[in-house]
Design a binder for this molecule. Sequence first.
Ligand SMILES: Nc1ncnc2c1ncn2[C@@H]1O[C@H](COP(=O)(O)OP(=O)(O)OP(=O)(O)O)[C@@H](O)[C@H]1O
Length: 594
Amino acid sequence: MTASARTVPAFRDTYRRMLMAGGAEAPLIRRMLVFFTLGAVAQGLAFATFFPLLSALLADPVDLTAAALWLGVMAVAMIADLVLCWRGHAFEYGGAIADVTHDLRLRLGRQLRRIPMQDLARWRTGDLSGVLGGSIDEAVAPMGTLSQAMIRIVVVPLVAIVVTAFVDARMAVAMALIFPLAVPIYRWQRRASVMERRDVAEAHAGTESDIVEYAQGLAVLRTLGQTGARAKRLQASLAHLRVVQEKAMMASLVPTLLMAGLVELGLLAVLALGVTWVTQGTLSVAAFAALLVIVLRFSEPLALFSELTKVFDLMETALQRMDGLLAAQPLPVTGTAAPPADHDVTFEDVRFSYAGEDTPALDAVSFHLPARTMTALVGPSGSGKSTVTRLIMRYADPEAGVVRIGGTDVRALTPDALMACLSVVFQDVYLFDDTILENIRMGRPDADDASVQAAARAANCHDFITRLPEGYHTRVGDIGGSLSGGERQRISIARAILKDAPIVILDEPTAALDTESERAVQMAIDALVRDRTVIVIAHRLSTIVGADRILVFDDGRVSEHGDHRSLLAAGGRYAALWAAQQRAKGWHAGRPGR
Ligand SMILES: Nc1ncnc2c1ncn2[C@@H]1O[C@H](COP(=O)(O)OP(=O)(O)OP(=O)(O)O)[C@@H](O)[C@H]1O
């Protein structure tokens, strides 16, 4: 997702975004721009000295003293330009550019942790990796050279025009007229270029996401025999990119050529006027010769201006993408409550809708789960079970009602205090490309090796880990997919045991496992949940018969609650679900050959 307003960004927006990207180094960026501007003024003045210099040289007799003096002034102005530009480029060679890039990556990384999970879920993986990787380099690397070139193109002619005004006001007016003519064409060219470049950037981001998804899902696609079909989607995405690129080229070509032509023609007109005035005797040959040098000197960069703006737009697009991520606000922490002493969980009349959805995923949901009890959430797919656990984790805030832990509104807890209360075991386990030891240690980063191993033993995974080639020091990436689903799940449970949080959320951790793995994982879960407040989402009701409380969800509401026995006796929705699952079990058991 890239949030892009379809308008041409003003230079001051780009300036603001450059400073935003600079973060703590923003003053260095500001200084760099000031040095470049002063350097450009010095260069303009150096060109301006052509007027008195050539006057002295073309005088009869030649005024050598004045010529030497103006040559000296020109040299000083050029050296000043050189020194100022060097000082400006200190931003790059002084290491600040590397600091900015590094700092930006850290800031964007921190932002990923701060922004609400609901916002994060809307970014595609490829978009994020594009922003964290490519965009930063695209935005920061050309900052120095590009801004120097842009400043020069505008400031040097302006200074030259101002100085020309002192020599011959008519010439200055003629030169200045090129600019107002260039502005509408520039804006047209820029609009075409920005629109199309953004489409290209968005198509790029889309293709990047498709490539990442394709690569990540390759194993699954192969098993499904869908590599070809899915590759077709990728090819379509690449073909779309090509079309968008072609359109982009064509759309900005006409104004670009017009711009270059206009600049050339404008300058030719200025020269034609000069020739006329010289032949009429109203302009000195010396002044005209100087003008010739100056005009020819800046005609080339001016014609290049529109080419430069294309690179500028790439930088602008990259800056905007980062701005979009950096501007996302974390959920507000309304108070500074102490970490809760008790760990019961309460929902009070909670209503919640996902962003962009009309029907609430949860509506008027109220319940109280006493500390150190086990509660199961059951109900058909899409009934709101996962949403309950997400609101406890503060994936987003409810529209109405309150979620409390130990009596404290979760909005009053800092993210760290809230997360310290919770351990979550998901159905899909994510293991990082690090050693098994470090993967478990993530539960409590300051834990020593002995504690990590104790957690692994409790989670019933010590034995299979020690059988791995390098035991706890085996890298997950090296053994690839050779860990079974049950083994991966037990590693994630060891993480949770090590974390030792008082509330445990289990999101169908055994749903995808075979019976044998399930038994091993169930033993690990038993170790994890002892003496905790446990919330478990279960589809297979047989796994939660012993729960202290069962909440039955239906269409975002709690339709029934009670323990297994009382719910069966009530003969409602739960009893019907139970009967259906028992029938299915009986049917499996009764099948021939089983
Ligand atoms: N990220 C999301 N954006 C929009 N709607 C969502 C999102 N996640 C869930 N929903 C919708 O919210 C409702 C509740 O979903 P939820 O995931 O809580 O149900 P569930 O009972 O956990 O389902 P399942 O058993 O299939 O996981 C559903 O209608 C679902 O389509």
